[in-house]
Every structure is written in C-alpha cells, then in structure tokens.
Design a protein around this ligand. Sequence first.
Ligand SMILES: [Ca+2]
Ligand SMILES: [Ca+2]
Length: 156
Amino acid sequence: MSFRVRVITAGVAAGAIASGAFAFHALLMQYTGSGTDHLGASIAFGDVNGDERSDIVVGADVGGYVSVYDGANLSQTLHEFVGAVAGDGFGTALAVADLNADGSGDIVVGAPSWDGPAGNNVGYVRAFDGVTGAQLFELQGQKGTDASDPRWRWAT
Ligand SMILES: [Ca+2]
Ligand SMILES: [Ca+2]
C-alpha cells in the first residue's frame, strides 16, 4: 500500500459540453510514499526559502519523516527531516511560521508518540530553520501528577 499527495490546481482550462460548462483540474504534482508511510498525514504551506512563493511541507507519521518541496519547482526537495526513533509519530502535525524573524517560514513538526524520560507518549516538537534546515529547538512533553501544572495536560 502506498500513500500519495496530489497537488491540483483548479480551473486552469474551461470548456462547455452542450448546455453545461465544466472545468479541467490539472494535476501539478504527485508525491508518493512507500510501504505504510502515511505520506500526507499532515500538510502545511509557507514560504520557507524566501522566494515569496509558498512551499509544500508534507508529513508521513508512520514513516517518521517530513519532506519540504519547493513551490517554484514542485519536483525539487528543499529539506527532509526524520524523527528521533521509529514509531514516534514524527510528522503527525505540521506548521510553518517565521520563528526567528528572518523573513522565511520555519517548519515545526510534532511527534506525539515519542517515549521520553518523562514517560511513554509524552511526545516532542522540533522546529527547523526554513532556509538552512538546521534545528532551531526541541520541546519535550512532560508528565505531571499535579493537576495545577499546565504541563499535566501534555501527559494525559
Ligand atoms: Ca518558497
Ligand atoms: Ca525563519
């Protein structure tokens, strides 16, 4: 079984048959995972390389990786990130935001199934610089037993 992500643009061509109008939807690009990667489990958009065109970020939560594709050249991979360990769910959640204020979007990836020092399935979040791909920071979930501890919700 494989999972695919298709990038489709709407209404690039239009025509009419008899009394009805219709539009063609052209397939711009298809990204295909392998095995049971779950490529396409998460998707985010944002300009990570500063060329003012949105790039495409795709997560594979079972495969444990995230691929970043250049919006100006859809077959060009800008970055590939992998999780800490197999089965940690890296790529389950994605976001793009300019965290270091350099004008380019950075990539934030969640791995909710990671077993850390604080316990099983505490998860972690990593942020990567959109231009260089360097890791900016990592946040790890915490286990707490005190209900007033705001981190407690992470552990439940
Ligand atoms: Ca871009
Ligand atoms: Ca940035």
